[in-house]
Ligand binder design. Sequence first.
Ligand SMILES: Nc1nc2c([nH]c(=O)n2[C@H]2C[C@H](O)[C@@H](COP(=O)(O)OP(=O)(O)OP(=O)(O)O)O2)c(=O)[nH]1
Length: 123
Amino acid sequence: MVVGVAVIREGKVLAALRAGVDGGWEFPGGKVEAGETDEQAAARELAEELGLRIEVGSSLGLEEPIGEQYLLRVYAAQLVEGTPVLHEHADTRWVGAAELDGLDWLAPDRPFLAVLRALLRPS
Ligand SMILES: Nc1nc2c([nH]c(=O)n2[C@H]2C[C@H](O)[C@@H](COP(=O)(O)OP(=O)(O)OP(=O)(O)O)O2)c(=O)[nH]1
């Protein structure tokens, strides 16, 4: 299982740019380790990758395959403390609902965008 985290602050979500040839915009996070819950993995990865303290909330509800070995779940989270420090990513950006489709997301992430748009822009 891979967990991605949609950190939401003031109506925007934090997108992170994975560096390298297979790069693209993603939800920061990573693989869930043995003995860890999704939520623990999410909090650990956000501290390691970006130096952020978060409060992990609900899953966005979908699971999307990443290749043949992994599934991606994305969790909403609130920022408790910190500003993003780029330990592994090439860039980060706070993105509003209207700007979500303009980023070049990794393919497994795209189905989550509609759910996220509704969260960012409650009707
Ligand atoms: N973190 C993250 N990974 C994603 C997303 N979408 C997506 O396809 N992936 C892929 C990219 C990677 O192949 C894989 C995540 O692996 P990773 O290398 O970040 O995991 P990790 O931090 O635990 O690192 P490691 O096990 O390779 O040391 O999932 C996403 O939104 N967030």
